[in-house]
Design a protein around this ligand. Structure first.
Ligand SMILES: [Zn+2]
Length: 251
C-alpha cells in the first residue's frame, strides 16, 4: 500500500474540496500522492479511470495500451483527440492527463498487458485497474497481481450493462474464480456508448481511491451489476473457488 507523502501548499489548494471529506482528509490525500496505479488499456473505460485518478491527485500512473488512435475510438475514448488520429494512443493520453495534472508522474507503455510483461508492470504499482477487453490480457494481469498481492479493480461492460468488483488477493475471489476460462461467445469488438464506459470508469476510479486511501467499503467479495437501460443496480456476494488455478481458493 502507498507510503503517505506530504502535500505542498499548491496541492492543498487544488484538492481542498475532497480534503473536506471527513474520513479522507489530508491524510487520505497524502496516501493518494504516494500511490501508483497501473491501468490496463486507456480506452473508453480506462481513459476515464485515468482522468479521474489524475484529477484526484494520484502520484503515478502506469498506462499500458498498444496501437494508434482510430476514428472508431472517438465515441468513448475521452483521452483521444481528432488531431491525434493515426498516432499512438498512450501519447494522446499522456498529453491530456498532463494538461489536467502537470504534477502527475506517467509511465506510458505502448503495449497491451501480456503474460510476458504483466509481472514487471504490476511490480511498479500499488494497485491495478483492469479495463482490458480480452481475456488473455485480463488473465495475465490477474495472475501477476494475485502472485504479488496487489489489489485489482475489475471492470467489464457490454451494450448498456456493466459489472464491477474489487479483488483483494488472499481475501476475495480473483477473476479466475469467477471466470476460469474465456466465455465462448466473447467478442473483441462490442456495442457500447461512451456514457456507459464513462459510468463504470468513474465507479472504478472511486473503488481505487477507496482502497488506496482506506476509505469506505470497497466491493470486496461483492459483484455490482448495472443495467443502464432500466437503471437497475444489483449487488451479490461472490465466493472464492477452492479449486481456482490462480489464487488456490479459500477456506
Ligand atoms: Zn481465484
Amino acid at each position: 500500500m502507498p507510503v503517505p507523502t506530504p502535500l505542498t501548499d499548491e496541492e492543498r489548494a487544488v484538492y481542498e474540496w475532497q480534503i473536506w471529506i471527513d474520513d479522507f482528509g489530508e491524510q487520505g490525500q497524502e496516501r493518494l500522492k504516494g500511490a501508483s496505479v497501473l491501468i490496463s488499456r486507456i480506452g473508453g473505460l480506462g481513459g476515464v479511470v485515468a482522468y479521474e485518478l489524475a484529477a484526484a491527485g494520484i502520484g503515478k500512473l502506469v498506462l499500458a495500451h498498444a496501437g494508434n488512435v482510430k476514428p472508431s475510438d472517438l465515441n468513448r475514448q475521452l483521452l483521444m483527440t481528432h488531431d491525434w488520429l493515426g498516432k499512438p494512443r498512450v501519447e494522446s493520453a499522456e498529453r491530456r492527463l498532463k494538461e489536467l495534472n502537470p504534477r502527475l508522474e506517467i509511465v506510458a507503455v505502448p503495449e497491451n498487458v501480456s503474460e510476458a510483461n504483466a509481472p514487471g508492470l504490476v511490480d511498479q504499482v500499488d494497485l491495478v485497474v483492469d479495463c482490458a477487453p480480452l481475456f488473455e490480457e485480463r488473465f495475465a494481469m490477474n495472475r501477476a497481481a494475485v502472485v504479488q498481492g496487489k489489489p485489482i479493480v475489475e471492470c467489464a461492460m457490454y451494450d448498456l450493462d456493466f459489472s464491477l468488483t474489487s479483488v483483494i488477493p488472499g481475501q476475495t475471489p480473483c477473476l479466475a474464480c469467477l471466470t476460469p476460462e474465456q466465455p465462448p461467445a466473447w467478442k473483441r469488438e462490442f456495442p457500447v456508448f461512451g456514457a456507459v464506459s464513462g459510468a463504470v470508469g468513474c465507479l472504478a476510479a472511486m473503488e481505487a481511491i477507496k482502497i488506496l486511501a482506506g476509505l469506505g467499503e470497497p466491493l470486496a467479495g461483492t459483484l455490482l451489476s448495472c443495467d443502464l437501460r432500466s437503471m437497475q443496480f444489483s449487488r451479490r456476494s461472490i465466493r472464492r473457488n477452492p479449486a481456482c488455478a490462480v489464487c488456490g481458493g479459500g477456506s
